[in-house]
Design a protein around this ligand. Structure first.
Ligand code: MN
Length: 251
């Protein structure tokens, strides 16, 4: 159960064919993994499997892509929040498939942010597809950095939005898709290294033509090392350090 020093801060372990085995792999490989959920109904099982582990933690989520059909589950989400340190996957999705529920998504996300602010000290992993500006507006309005922390997962906003997110105290979890071409890499390169975490978003990304696993997150470190012109070990240590700062942040 030695730690590898790797961090996968956004992975859907419960969507792999064998959930329990996916958790065991994180323990065996020593990868610090945040198991995000898409519905609060998945929380109990995630918490049950994650709680006894050293490397896996469960996050309480209500995915914006499910809000169209599952908005009422926000009641269960709120009921469970006192049991959760980590929140996610939550956020907004203004892509064409989900735009029709966008108003509903905003209502739900406002409740998530306000409840998290009231509870204090939660860490949120936030989806912001085609909605970076609105996500940041809402974080600014409802969740000051003294009340909780936002990690923007798979962020694809503009450089100006990224700067604004940094000013709002946000972190960014980076996956290989975000380093896949020069334009995307340029955005990542403009982010401060002390706000970066790594993620796979498995099983929704691919590594070697199969769904990514948490232990694949080393590929992100290879990419970041190249991008920042640093030793791989330096970047690995920086990400782990960022995680420690994030977790110890109890202003
Ligand atoms: Mn995800």
């Amino acid at each position: 159960m030695r730690s590898s020093g790797l961090v996968d801060f956004h992975c859907h372990l419960d969507l792999y064919p064998d959930f329990a085995a996916a958790v065991d792999d994180c323990e065996r490989d020593g990868v610090f993994t945040l198991a995000v959920t898409t519905t609060p109904k998945a929380w109990a099982r995630n918490q049950e499997l994650a709680a006894p582990t050293r490397h896996v933690r469960a996050a309480l989520g209500l995915h914006p892509q499910l809000v169209g059909e599952r908005a009422r589950e926000i009641d269960l989400w709120e009921e469970l929040l006192p049991n959760a340190r980590y929140v996610g996957e939550v956020g907004l999705d203004a892509g064409p498939r989900f735009y029709k529920s966008f108003d509903r998504q905003k209502e739900i996300f406002a409740r998530v942010l306000k409840a998290s602010a009231d509870a204090r000290n939660k860490i949120l992993t936030v989806h912001s597809v085609r909605a970076a500006k609105v996500v940041l507006d809402m974080v600014e309005a409802h969740l000051p950095p003294t009340r909780g922390r936002v990690v923007l997962h798979w962020f694809t906003g503009t450089a100006a939005e990224a700067r604004r997110a940094v000013d709002l105290g946000c972190y960014f979890s980076i996956n290989t898709e975000m380093l896949a071409n020069e334009k995307r890499s340029a955005l990542v390169k403009a982010l401060p290294l002390d706000r970066l975490l790594t993620e796979t978003d498995g099983p929704f990304t691919q590594t070697d033509n199969r769904p990514s696993r948490p232990s694949d997150v080393g590929r992100v470190l290879d990419g970041l090392a190249l991008l920042f012109g640093q030793e791989r070990g330096t970047v690995t240590a920086a990400v782990l350090d960022n995680l420690k700062v994030l977790l110890s942040d109890r202003e």
